[in-house]
Design a protein around this ligand. Structure first.
Ligand code: SF4
Length: 418
């Protein structure tokens, strides 16, 4: 049996696709671009746009593989199972129970299996990093979110916080290191809440510590972080491990205190700035990246200008700027002061102009430094601080080499292996 798969959305979805593929291969399925017997779309619902793209992907894969069994899973079908079925999906699953999904695909019988995510109590362990041909593996240590930020639909698709116990984190990290991956990305839906559901309540630093020790010599990169977890003790523990990448992706969302309050975020700009300074003190020259929502309900021109100024104060390397997306069922969807689409998109473009300058400044600051680069092909890779790097010489794919940075070309660093 041949399958074709398409994934939308975040790193967790990518990880879950990777795990799904590895389970399918174990049962004898083969990946194919055309003439697939099964088409699978792992969907996303984080914005209205991702829902639209999910529907588009389902139609596209069906068109390319007429007569194939259509399987739809992920956050979009968790929220809108009827829509997925109306698009001709034979098997409709939500964001959970990937083991049962593989069984259903093997049986090839139409079924809808969408649970209530709030009833999920334990973390569903999945195989990690088994897809060949990639230098970087993802290790999902956590699922769900209890924060209920007013704009976010994720708690309704993923349920409560569930965590992979530290011993299992260590076991998976050891296995990935043995498979030869040069980097492990520690990921989850909201990893700052790691462990609150486990006996003894271990924290994120405990999880990172066991992963970094079990995979000594392998680079460990952290997925998106809520700034509140980045305390002095957290930085000290991570810094002492020696293999944690000096790149931290922080969930910022706005650089205006009033907007942050209405978003129900748990920090203000002063606390966020302190987090940036703390990280720079412990990881000198580290890259800070962030997410930003432009045009949240009630965000005035002054609020947005304050946000643009704040981006510069933080000195980010890169920021993903998105227009606010009104998600039915969330508090923000009913807030007054909704902005029109054109204004939200204009704000994204203004943010991107600021971000482009910040990116250039950070890259130029890397010239003269020696960076560790994980080569994804013989000439290109990413440094520990997540800059794309290119060299003239050939370096074996999958290895980490020190590169002396000599210049910047576009958004890429160029250099010479040392
Ligand atoms: S922390 Fe907020 S934005 Fe992030 S997943 Fe949870 S509710 Fe959504």
């Amino acid at each position: 049996m041949k399958y074709a798969i398409y994934t939308l959305g975040c790193k967790v979805n990518q990880y879950e696709t990777q795990a799904l593929e590895s389970m399918l291969r174990e049962r004898g399925f083969l990946c194919a671009d055309r003439d697939a017997d099964v088409v699978i779309v792992n969907t996303c619902a984080v914005t209205a746009e991702s829902g639209r793209k999910s529907r588009q992907a389902i139609r596209r894969l069906q068109g390319r593989n007429p007569g194939a069994l259509t399987v739809v899973c992920g956050c979009y079908s968790q929220l809108e199972p009827e829509d997925a079925a109306a698009l001709g999906a034979d098997i409709v699953f939500g964001s959970g129970d990937k083991h049962a999904l593989v069984d259903a695909i093997e049986k090839a019988l139409p079924v809808t299996n969408v649970d209530d995510p709030f009833q999920r109590r334990v973390f569903e362990p999945l195989p990690a990093g088994a897809v060949s041909g990639r230098t970087r593996a993802m290790l999902k240590i956590q699922d769900g979110c209890d924060n209920f930020c007013t704009y976010c639909v994720i708690p309704y698709t993923r349920g409560r916080v569930r965590s992979l116990p530290p011993e299992a984190c260590a076991e998976q990290a050891k296995m990935l290191a043995a498979q030869g991956f040069g980097e492990i990305v520690v990921t989850g839906i909201e990893i700052a809440s790691y462990g609150k559901d486990l006996p003894g309540k271990p924290g994120l630093a405990d999880a990172v510590e066991v992963v970094a020790k079990a995979a000594a010599g392998v680079r460990i990169r952290l997925g998106s972080l809520e700034p509140t977890v980045v305390t002095e003790a957290f930085c000290e523990r991570l810094g002492s491990l020696g293999n944690v990448c000096p790149h931290f992706h922080l969930s910022l969302q706005s650089g205006c205190d009033d907007t942050l309050k209405r978003m129900r975020r748990k920090y203000d700009t002063a606390a966020f700035l302190a987090v940036c300074e703390r990280l720079r003190a412990h990881f000198p020259g580290c890259a800070l990246t962030a997410d930003l929502i432009c045009g949240f309900p009630g965000e005035s021109e002054g609020d947005f200008e304050a946000t643009l100024a704040f981006l510069q104060r933080c000195g980010f390397f890169f920021v993903h700027a998105f227009p606010y997306s009104r998600r039915p069922g969330t508090k923000a969807a009913d807030m007054p002061g909704q902005l029109d689409r054109a204004e939200k998109e204009a704000r994204v473009r203004r943010a991107q102009a600021v971000i482009a300058r910040l990116q250039q400044a950070y890259l130029e600051g890397c010239v003269g430094r020696s960076l560790d680069v994980l080569f994804e092909n013989v000439h290109e890779g990413h440094s520990g601080n997540y800059c794309p790097v290119r060299v003239e010489a050939s370096v074996r794919r999958g290895t980490v080499a020190q590169v002396r940075i000599t210049g910047v070309e576009g958004d890429t660093l160029v250099g010479e292996p040392e």
